[in-house]
Design a protein around this ligand. Structure first.
Ligand SMILES: NC(=O)c1ccc[n+]([C@@H]2O[C@H](COP(=O)([O-])OP(=O)(O)OC[C@H]3O[C@@H](n4cnc5c(N)ncnc54)[C@H](OP(=O)(O)O)[C@@H]3O)[C@@H](O)[C@H]2O)c1
Length: 228
């Protein structure tokens, strides 16, 4: 059923983006995957059949160029995965304006710029537009205060997704704000609860399960609904 499906993964050089590409490839999808620096695509280069495109998400010229290169293509899945932790420690007294700006631009604004350019190319009826959010973006949860700026950036992303969906006026489109679990990646660290395989396998299952269900949902890799 998925033999000829096509996915676009934004931010696939490593971690969860790379894992998503690997799961989709195993599942028979055609894949376009973006990296900031194609010369450092590393493990992504080893995944057979993947088309690699360059994108620094914070650069609107690169965003427009990517849109032009993808002109006319239709995607069953667009997954905006890229994100950053921001400065550590997340000390509100010493953090610089530029650091806060970079964090919120990358995690909350740039994903919507991507979506604005590409949502029209997500397949009518069955396509899925997914954003990599986090349970930490849920404003009411007490955990994670030591990374409060990151938390706030994901809460901002969730809010931006909500505004974007209202702006888009496409009730057929399935839009997911996805929590991947706490995952062992460069960002998640060695002490995280699950590995990339478990997380990405779960997320792919949820993407397939949600296909065709128009509307916006905030869910985790197991398909459990999360509180905004
Ligand atoms: N790991 C977890 O436990 C966890 C939990 C909840 C949510 N998340 C979210 O999941 C996503 C992936 O995280 P990860 O754990 O896989 O982190 P990661 O290993 O640090 O990978 C981050 C990815 O984002 C890319 N990226 C960062 N800034 C970018 C930009 N401005 N333009 C384009 N690409 C950019 C990186 O590219 P480069 O290689 O070029 O730097 C890399 O491919 C993030 O949005 C993160 O917030 C992770």
């Amino acid at each position: 059923m998925t033999a000829h499906k096509t996915a676009l993964i934004i931010g696939a050089s490593r971690g969860l983006g790379l894992g998503l590409v690997q799961r989709l490839q195993e599942d028979g999808w055609n894949i376009v995957a973006t990296v900031r620096d194609p010369a450092k695509a590393g493990a992504l280069d080893k995944v057979p059949g993947v088309r690699i495109e360059q994108l620094e998400m914070n650069d609107t010229v690169q965003l427009d160029q990517l849109k032009q290169r993808l002109h006319g293509e239709v995607f069953d899945l667009v997954f905006v995965n890229a994100g950053v932790m921001g400065p550590l420690p997340q000390d509100l007294e010493s953090v610089q304006v530029q650091q806060v700006g970079d964090l919120f631009m990358t995690n909350a604004v740039a994903p919507i710029r991507v979506a604005r350019r590409l949502a029209g190319q997500v397949r009518q009826g069955s396509g899925v537009l997914a954003f990599m959010s986090s349970i930490l973006g849920s404003v009411s949860i007490p955990e994670g205060g030591e990374i409060c700026l990151y938390k706030a950036s994901k809460a901002a992303l969730n809010s931006m997704i909500n505004s974007f969906v209202v702006e888009l006026q496409r009730p057929d489109l399935c839009v997911l704000a996805m929590h991947p679990g706490w995952v062992k990646t460069d960002m998640g660290g060695e002490n995280a609860e699950i590995d990339v395989l478990t997380s990405t396998r779960g997320m792919l299952a949820q993407i397939k399960a949600q296909s065709g269900n128009g509307g916006l949902r905030f869910i985790n890799y197991k398909g459990e609904a999360l509180t905004w």
